[in-house]
Write a protein that binds this ligand. Structure first.
Ligand code: 1HE
Length: 272
């Protein structure tokens, strides 16, 4: 696999980002790297707002994003240094800002693959949960140490994490301060796939490239319609499914892809 190029060809892949973020381009996949290893990729306001700016300005040609962290850890979560000055009203605003930014990932333009290694902790785990696919290296471990810091989830974790692993597991992590290793995380559903240490980014890029070959409207339906359908009452959900199916089937892209298959040009679904 070719290495991601440092200098994106053509238009830049991102607006001006804070020093804590780096964006690279690899064909039609963009790679966003948390680049604050000296603070274990702790998420300060500049980083959170930089993530928002990156996703807002994603060029049209980008079909998928890979998010990963520089250094030994994916992310140590919220930058605790910035929290001490908040009063209650500012605390609510701050959490709402995280919600807005993480929603812009989950309900953004293209699917996002998170590559996890080392600490995936607190707000780092909330960030990973807002992504669509998660690859975990063997070194990855998960924790929600909010209780020991006297705080609570604030980046959408109480909504997203129970949907991945159930309320009971989230309670366990939060009440006991226990960490899950990569194997446990995989078993419970925090990651979709495991990779050897050092191999996660290549695996993440490979997955993103595969995702990028799908019809954009189908990916859009998976990101935007599927989670909402799953949360609807069944009758409303089925109706929404039919509408989404009809919209997708009616597109020129679907017509040409179906024709390709019927005329023996489409890829077969093979094992592996
Ligand atoms: C930080 C942070 C941080 C490291 N905010 N500065 N998150 C936590 O409670 C996790 C806190 N961090 C740790 O437990 C450890 O740092 C790690 C296990 C992740 C990594 O350990 P290690 O030995 O590799 O690094 P370190 O020596 O602890 O940290 C290196 C530096 O990063 C050090 O700063 P320095 O100036 O002394 O070099 C640390 O202070 C700094 N650092 N983590 C600020 N989190 C929206 S609500 C979300 C709520 C949460 O996310 S709660 C979970 C917070």
């Amino acid at each position: 696999m070719p290495k991601p190029s440092k200098k994106p060809p053509g238009k830049p892949v991102a607006p001006k980002l804070p020093a804590s973020l780096t964006a690279l381009r690899h064909g039609n996949v963009a790679i966003l790297r948390l680049s604050r290893p000296q603070k274990r990729n702790a998420l300060d306001d500049a980083t959170i707002l930089g993530i928002e700016a990156f996703f807002a300005a994603l060029p049209k040609e980008i079909r998928a994003v890979v998010l990963h962290g520089e250094g030994e850890h994916f992310s140590a979560g919220l930058d605790l240094g910035e929290l001490t000055e908040h009063d209650v009203a500012e605390g609510v605003q701050h959490s709402r800002m995280w919600h807005r930014v993480f929603d812009s990932i989950q309900f953004g333009k293209v699917p996002v693959v998170a590559v996890l290694h080392g600490a995936v902790v607190g707000g780092g785990l909330e960030l990973a949960a807002a992504c669509h696919l998660r690859v975990a290296e063997r070194s990855a471990y998960y924790a929600l140490p909010e209780g020991s810091r006297g705080i609570f989830l604030g980046g959408g974790g109480s909504v997203r994490l129970p949907r991945l692993i159930g309320v009971s597991r989230v309670m366990e992590l939060m009440l006991t301060g226990r960490t899950y290793g990569a194997d446990e995380g995989q078993t419970y559903g925090l990651s979709h796939m495991l990779a050897e240490n050092g191999a996660g980014l290549a695996k993440g890029i490979e997955l993103a490239e595969r995702v990028a070959t799908n019809a954009p409207l189908s990916n859009f339906a998976v990101m935007h319609a599927l989670p909402r359908i799953a949360e609807s009452d069944p009758a409303g959900g089925l109706m929404m499914e039919s509408l989404m199916a009809a919209v997708a089937q009616g597109s020129d892209e679907a017509k040409s892809r179906l024709k390709d298959f019927l005329e023996k040009r489409g890829k077969k679904v093979l094992r592996g």
